[in-house]
Design a protein around this ligand. Sequence first.
Ligand code: ADP
Length: 649
Amino acid sequence: MSVLNEFANYIRKNRQDEVLDKIMEIYHLPDHSILSSQPISINLLHFLKDKLSILLNILEDKNVPSAIENQWDIWFNKSEIEERQKLHEAKLLFSFIYFSKTALVDFIPGFTTDVITAVKIVSDLENVHKQFQNKRYKTFENSSAVMKIELEESEERYKDLFDNAHDLIHFVAPVGKIMYVNKAWQKTLDYSIDEIIGNSIYNFIEDDCLEEFTKYREKILNQYNDEDHIQVSLKKKNGTAVIAEGFVSAKFIAGKAAYTRGIFRDITLRIENEKKLLRINEQLSEREENLLQLVTYAPDAIVAINEQSFITFWNPKAEEVFGWSGSEVMNKPLAEVIIPLIYREAHTKGMNRYLATGEAHVLNKTIEITALNKKGEEFYISLTISKSRQRGEIGFIAFIRDMTIQKKNLLELEQKRKELEASNKELEQYAWLTSHDLREPLRKILTYSDILLTIHKEILPEVVEKNVQKIYQSGKRMGSLVQAILMYSDLSSEQHLFEQVDLNLIIKEVLVDLELLISDAQAFIQVDELITIEAIPLQMRQLFLNLIGNSIKYRQKHIAPYIKISAEEKNGYLEMVLKDNGIGFETKDKDKIFKLFQRFSSHKTEGTGIGLALCKKIVEKHNGFINVESQTGVGSSFFISLPIHKALV
Ligand code: ADP
């Protein structure tokens, strides 16, 4: 007799009721709530009693497998038992065997103290349990109806859970036919249930991952359980792809795959966000790289400091400008490295004030200041400081340009300008003095030549008279030159005062002065209504006298001069145009004619070449502008802009 037979016998004779109680106890444990949907009642107790004695008989039987086989057939081959009922019974029986096995194990210590015997009994009981299990699977093998019932049952139990799940859940037959999908699956891919059920799962997989998915599922079906999760692209009805990640596992019945179940999560948004993040990261690092390139190779020295004013960045140009290498100055206080002693306190105060109140005096402005280099030499820099953030903290970036050369050039230029001004003044003074001193001998030349030509006219031989005449003419011309030079030099004098000048009156006076010339030349002069401006009256008079005088002087031979003076106010200036129909000149010469003593030899008319230089000087003294456009044989236009108020400029 085998040990198991003895054990069964022992239980049946001595402990059957206890085993039954134990079974009931295990049956009620929460862990075994798998059968909680079954009615636990008197019926069940009878059922258990019945089956327990049969089971113990089986255990006593020498040929346990065939006994199980027979018994199973008795239980299930009754035609009156419906498929659904069969399944129910099978479940009860199977659980009963499982609980019985567990309960029986509890009684082994009462039966034997021999460990080897105890192990043998446990393994035999385990065997019996397995044989029941196999029998159960075999019974339902290929029974699609039962499988359907089983599915329906699990569906009932889990339907609610599945349908409320956010993940995509499906059950698929081994060949790929979809048996069930939850609401999330349907909603995410946007198909009707009819379009899904019975259709192949592979029809819902995007082409690019179809092969991978097919292989993955085949492995699962072939019981290679080590498969990890998979990412697949599912076809949405509108043609777009849904990226899902999840697992497929297979349900095996009697070693054969009955169906696969999959749980997938829609990660399209996550993937998109990841892609976006990746793109942003790429852009960021690209930008960072560009920025680094920019600051590294910038033509300016770039220095960054943190809130505590310690140096956190020092580009190669800063090394060049200050002589310190980046490693020498990194994390050192900026003040100690480049700020001259006299500015250090102001720098510290400025930083503290900004951090405490946000009040900035130099931020985002370009200032000129001095700095120190490694040798301790002070030199000029131009400095622009802007606020920055460094790892979430406030920092500052300074853009620094070495201004040594510019400053030197500027100083030199200023020196030259002053020298020039002084020498101009000297020259003007000299011109004034000589012109002034020339007047007396000139007056004598003119007086004596006049005496010769009037009083002694009778006794002068004709040829001598002609020469004296020439001396007289030259003297006159020299006189007007001296007069003009004196006037020109006089313009620099600060004595002339600005006052309100009505330009209408000035023009009127000028026209009276030129009355004879105008009538001789039969000139027509048209003047717009002008305004009152702040100016030096005498110089305004001179300006218009010269310009109108020139327009008449340089008239065309057979055409009566027509001069038009128009004016308009613009941006605080009075902009005037004096246009004539005179002989004009070539545009390329337009700058020449404002220079001292510049005259066109083609213009035969007498003159000093000082008139327009005088005009330019007058206009500039009034902080205005003068310009000309001209065309030979057509006429000239002089553009004069004068500030209406002196204070404007
Ligand atoms: P000038 O005493 O010779 O008139 P200006 O300085 O007044 O000296 O003028 C310089 C030169 O510019 C003149 O010699 C003349 O050739 C030219 N010029 C001046 N005004 C006119 C004008 N309205 N039309 C043509 N040429 C002019």
